[in-house]
Structure formats: structure tokens, C-alpha cells
Design a protein around this ligand. Structure first.
Ligand SMILES: C[C@](O)(CO)[C@H](O)COP(=O)(O)OP(=O)(O)OC[C@H]1O[C@@H](n2ccc(N)nc2=O)[C@H](O)[C@@H]1O
Ligand SMILES: Nc1ncnc2c1ncn2[C@@H]1O[C@H](COP(=O)(O)OP(=O)(O)OP(=O)(O)O)[C@@H](O)[C@H]1O
Length: 288
């Protein structure tokens, strides 16, 4: 038996940090939504009690450092499963980009193995397991649009944005999330208003959504990598309505509802920036 499952990327419409916690993590308030750029995972049973992982990208590890591998190991250990699995990852989401590629692969592996091994685990249980792997994994189990609090693992579903285009632009630099959080100085940030964004989403107020977007990690990454700011300026000048860095970066996303403007922004950024994608915002939950 073979299970095929999609692992979509996310963007952060809002990322606020409230304070640093005694456990070293930061208390956050984030609004995340899924976009139509996805890795694809194929999971199949194999002989022997082992996990074999293969990826189409040379940039991701194919051993226990891979978050999808960690997901399989966690399920096997927690539920005493003595079976083997082959995990094939067809990578499309850029790596170390702020788009939760690894987290989404881990969430897809949890969901896929739940099916492959008939475990009957609920999405809430899978999200709880996911939080042991990384802060973004719980959100990726549900997808859709959500408010994430705690260290990112407490998920509440909220209204999805109206349909629009998302242009993603990633410069050829990698950013360490831990490094960005470490360098964040909370005395110097302007906090986005999460409640205003929730209201704008509820009202399907596209202009309001663009206006309320904000990410307190942006200033940290911008100060280390000025090219991220140049991409932001370029996106603005090409006519994107809302422009923001996703997660800890370095990917910048821009929103537009017009296909012709999407084409202009996409074409204007290619050649200027290493990796550029124009995709639809999914927003709605598509639980498998
Ligand atoms: C930047 C975001 O991607 C936004 O969605 C997330 O906040 C980070 O999610 P993630 O990559 O799944 O993060 P994790 O793998 O759990 O943590 C990586 C490192 O980031 C820092 N970290 C992460 C989440 C958080 N709420 N506070 C933190 O300080 C910690 O140093 C941690 O060791
Ligand atoms: N399945 C995977 N796909 C991509 N990277 C992975 C995977 N498993 C482990 N990694 C490692 O995780 C690191 C971060 O990659 P990832 O693409 O998940 O970053 P990200 O998009 O910034 O994540 P987030 O937005 O959750 O912080 C990479 O350096 C990579 O070596």
C-alpha cells in the first residue's frame, strides 16, 4: 500500500512575540495561512523495522535530522510499531525559507502514517505529537488559517482570507530561526494588532488584511540581510498591496487580487531574486 500526501507551505500574516519564556522559547501570537506551494510525500510499507527516507533535494538531510524522519520515529516509538516505512519527499518548498517546509513534511508524515498503519489518531492527537517535533508542526497538521499561540503549538481556527495571489520571493541566503529569535530586542519592536487582523479576516476585508500585516522578526532579519529589504521595496514598487517577510525569513511575500499585476510582480522579480513563485492562497482547511 502506498499513501500520497501533500505538504503545503505557510505564510505568517501576523507574527508577534510577547516575551521570552523560562524554557528559552518565545511566547508568540501568529496568524498563519496555507499557500498552494507544496511538497509531496509518498509513504509505503517496507520489510524490516526501519525508516528509509529519500528526498528530491540535495539541501535536506535524508537521515534522522529530517523532520519527516523524526515524525515516523516518534509514531513508531510512541505506539510500539515494529514496521518499516519508505518516505519519499518530492521537495518544492524552498528550504530554510520561513515557509515551514520541514514542519509541513513532518505533519504530512504524521497524517500519512496514521493512514498507512490504521492508527485511528485524531488530528488533535497528531497536532500534539507534532508539537514535540517543532513549534510549526501543529499548525501544519490542520492547515487552513489559524491563530497560533504558546510557542506556536496552540492552534485556533479563524476565518480565512479572501482568494488572492501570493508572490513569494526568496533570496539565496538561509536564515537560522534560533538565531533570529536570539537577536530579537523586544524593547525596539512595533507590535502588530492581532485582533484587528482577525476582524479583517472575518469581514473578508482584503485592504484591511494588507494594512494589518506585521512581523516583529522582520527587523532582525533585515538588519542581517539588507537584500531582503531590497526585495520588499521592489515588490512594493511593482504594485503588491501587502508586503511582508514570512516567519524568520528570508522569504518575502506580496499579495494582489489581479492576475495581470501578479504577472508583472512575478516577472519583475525574476532575475532580481533567486527563487520566485506565484501561487494561490489556500486559506481553507483541507484535512486529509
Ligand atoms: C518563525 C516561525 O517559523 C514562525 O512560524 C516559528 O516561530 C518557528 O517554528 P519552528 O521552525 O518550528 O521552530 P522550532 O524548531 O520549534 O524552534 C527553533 C528555534 O527557534 C526558537 N524559537 C522557536 C519558536 C518560539 N516560539 N520561540 C523560539 O525562541 C528556539 O530557539 C528554537 O530552538
Ligand atoms: N523535510 C525537510 N525539509 C526541509 N528542511 C528540513 C527537513 N527536515 C529537516 N530540515 C532542516 O531544517 C532546516 C529548516 O528548514 P525549513 O525548510 O523547515 O525551514 P523554514 O521554512 O525556515 O521553517 P520554519 O518556517 O518552520 O521556521 C533546514 O536547514 C534543513 O536542513
Amino acid at each position: 500500500m502506498k499513501i500520497c500526501i501533500k505538504a503545503p507551505a505557510k505564510i505568517n500574516l501576523v507574527l508577534d512575540v510577547l516575551h521570552k519564556r523560562p524554557d528559552g522559547y518565545h511566547e508568540v501570537e501568529m496568524i498563519m495561512t496555507t499557500v498552494d506551494l507544496a511538497d509531496r510525500l509518498e509513504l509505503s510499507n517496507i520489510k524490516g523495522n526501519k525508516i528509509i527516507l529519500e528526498s528530491s533535494s540535495g539541501f535536506v538531510p535524508d537521515d534522522s535530522r529530517n523532520l519527516a524522519y523524526q515524525a515516523a520515529l516518534l509514531i513508531k516509538e510512541r505506539y510500539g510499531i515494529e514496521k518499516g516505512v519508505h518516505i519519499k519527499i518530492d521537495k518544492h518548498i524552498p528550504v530554510a525559507a520561513g515557509l515551514a517546509g520541514g514542519s509541513s513534511d513532518a505533519a504530512a508524515a504524521l497524517k500519512g502514517l496514521n493512514q498507512l498503519w490504521n492508527l485511528g489518531l485524531s488530528h488533535d492527537k497528531l497536532a500534539q505529537l507534532g508539537s514535540e517535533i517543532g513549534s510549526d508542526v501543529s499548525f501544519c497538521v490542520y492547515g487552513g488559517t489559524a491563530l497560533a499561540t504558546g510557542r506556536g503549538e496552540v492552534i485556533k481556527r479563524i476565518d480565512s482570507p479572501p482568494p488572492c495571489w501570493v508572490i513569494l520571493a526568496k533570496p539565496s541566503i538561509g536564515v537560522s530561526t534560533a538565531d533570529v529569535y536570539r537577536k530579537l530586542n523586544l524593547d525596539k519592536v512595533e507590535h502588530p494588532n492581532v485582533n484587528n487582523m482577525i476582524k479583517a479576516l472575518k469581514d473578508k476585508d482584503y485592504q484591511g488584511i494588507c494594512r494589518e500585516m506585521g512581523n516583529v522578526l522582520e527587523g532582525v532579519t533585515l538588519s542581517m540581510h539588507p537584500e531582503v529589504n531590497r526585495i520588499k521595496e521592489k515588490m512594493h514598487s511593482l504594485g503588491a498591496d501587502g508586503v511582508l517577510m514570512s516567519g524568520s525569513g528570508p522569504t518575502v511575500f506580496g499579495l494582489t487580487v489581479h492576475e495581470s499585476r501578479m504577472q508583472r510582480i512575478y516577472n519583475g522579480l525574476r532575475g532580481f531574486c533567486d527563487q520566485v513563485y506565484a501561487v494561490r492562497l489556500i486559506g481553507e482547511r483541507t484535512l486529509e
